[in-house]
Design a protein around this ligand. Structure first.
Ligand code: IMP
Ligand code: MG
Length: 191
């Protein structure tokens, strides 16, 4: 995968120069996470909360949000994929050897982005089918305004963004750019 990028990708300059636009910078993200953490604290303090993060896209969001939650909670992660490059395959693959037993817990599903909604819907229905958890809500960093999203909604979204392919803050293009601290759109020649 990296090989296909090598022709156009400059490995020596700042990652930010690979973006044609920055949609969200560090400060905007931090402020919104503060507000969400307050809300989550109101909703879940005193309850048996398990944050279930969908990997890999949500790990930066997870780490920053978790450290703002000052009450006891558990964390699990599930490894799910549905994207190939910049398009959703619509097929959700769970790379999971162990499915967590979360009976009696309030579950907060955490994902980087709601696009078609396939990923969250698949995970949610699996927990619902088990019927052993107290409650399930979902929280995403980004929500794309798109027709592709067939009625799947989330309970909480940090930001609504236009229907563009974005990278950074955990979101990747072919495995790259997750370490970019801002969220933006790649320059055309890099895609
Ligand atoms: P959904 O199942 O179509 O909602 O897709 C969700 C997953 O697709 C996310 O967890 C991301 O991994 C990936 N994805 C969707 N849109 C983007 C994007 O704009 N940039 C990077 N990854 C994306
Ligand atoms: Mg993902």
């Amino acid at each position: 995968m990296i090989f296909s990028l090598q022709k156009t990708m400059d490995f020596t300059t700042s990652l930010r120069t690979h973006l044609k636009t920055v949609l969200l910078d560090e400060e905007q993200i931090a402020q919104r996470l503060d507000a969400m953490a307050l809300q989550l604290t109101r909703d879940y303090r005193g309850k048996a909360l398990c944050v279930v993060a969908l990997m890999n896209g949500s790990y930066v969001f997870l780490a920053d949000l978790l450290r703002r939650l000052d009450f006891p909670l558990e964390v699990e992660s599930l490894r799910i994929t549905s994207y190939d490059g910049t398009t959703s395959t619509g097929k959700v693959v769970m790379h999971q050897d162990r499915w967590p037993d979360l009976r009696g817990r309030h579950i907060l599903l955490l994902d980087d982005i709601l696009d078609t909604g396939c990923t969250l819907a698949a995970v949610r229905s699996r927990f619902e089918a088990e019927g052993t958890v107290e409650s399930i809500r979902s929280c995403v960093l980004l929500q794309k305004r798109t027709e592709r999203n067939r009625g799947v909604t989330v309970d909480m979204a940090a930001f609504d963004i236009p229907d563009l392919f974005v990278v950074g803050y955990g979101l990747d293009y072919r495995g790259m750019y997750r370490n970019l601290p801002v969220i933006g759109v790649l320059r055309d020649e890099l895609i």
